[in-house]
Design a protein around this ligand. Sequence first.
Ligand code: DQA
Length: 147
Amino acid sequence: MLSFLILNGPNLNLLGTRQPEVYGTTTLADIENACANLAESEGIELTFSQSNHEGILIDEIHDSKGKHDLIILNAGAYTHTSIALHDAIASVEVPVIELHLSNIHAREDFRQTSYISKVAIGQICGFGSDGYLLSIHAGISYLGAKS
Ligand code: DQA
C-alpha cells in the first residue's frame, strides 16, 4: 500500500479565518477530512500534519525516508526562504509535490522565489483547497507511471 505524507507549514493551521479572500474559508481540518476520504477510496495510507516550526518540518522530511512513498508539501512562507527545507528534501530519496492554495506566481515579488521548486517533482498552485486532492491524484499517477 502506498503511503503519502501531507505536510503543512506555518500559519496553515489558521486556514478558514486567515485572509479568506486569498485562501478561502475551508479549514485545515476540513481539508484533512477530504484528503482522508480520498486516500481511503484510492487505497493509500495517509499521514497529515502541520507545524509552524521549520525544524519540525525538517525532522518530518528526514523521518519520511523509508516510511512514506511521497510527500505533498505546502511549506507556506518557508517556501520562499528556507534553504534548510530545500536541503532536507534533497537529502532524502522521497519525491515531493510542492503545493500552494494560492497562485503564488500572480502574487507579490517575494513569493516568486521557491526553494522547494528546485527539488520538487512538480508544483500545484492556485486551486485553493482542491489542490490537496489534485496533489494526491498527481502523486498516485506519478508513482504509477514510475513502476
Ligand atoms: C501558501 C503561499 C505562501 O506564499 C504563503 O506564505 C502561505 C500559503 C499557499 O498555500 O498559497 O503561507 O503556501
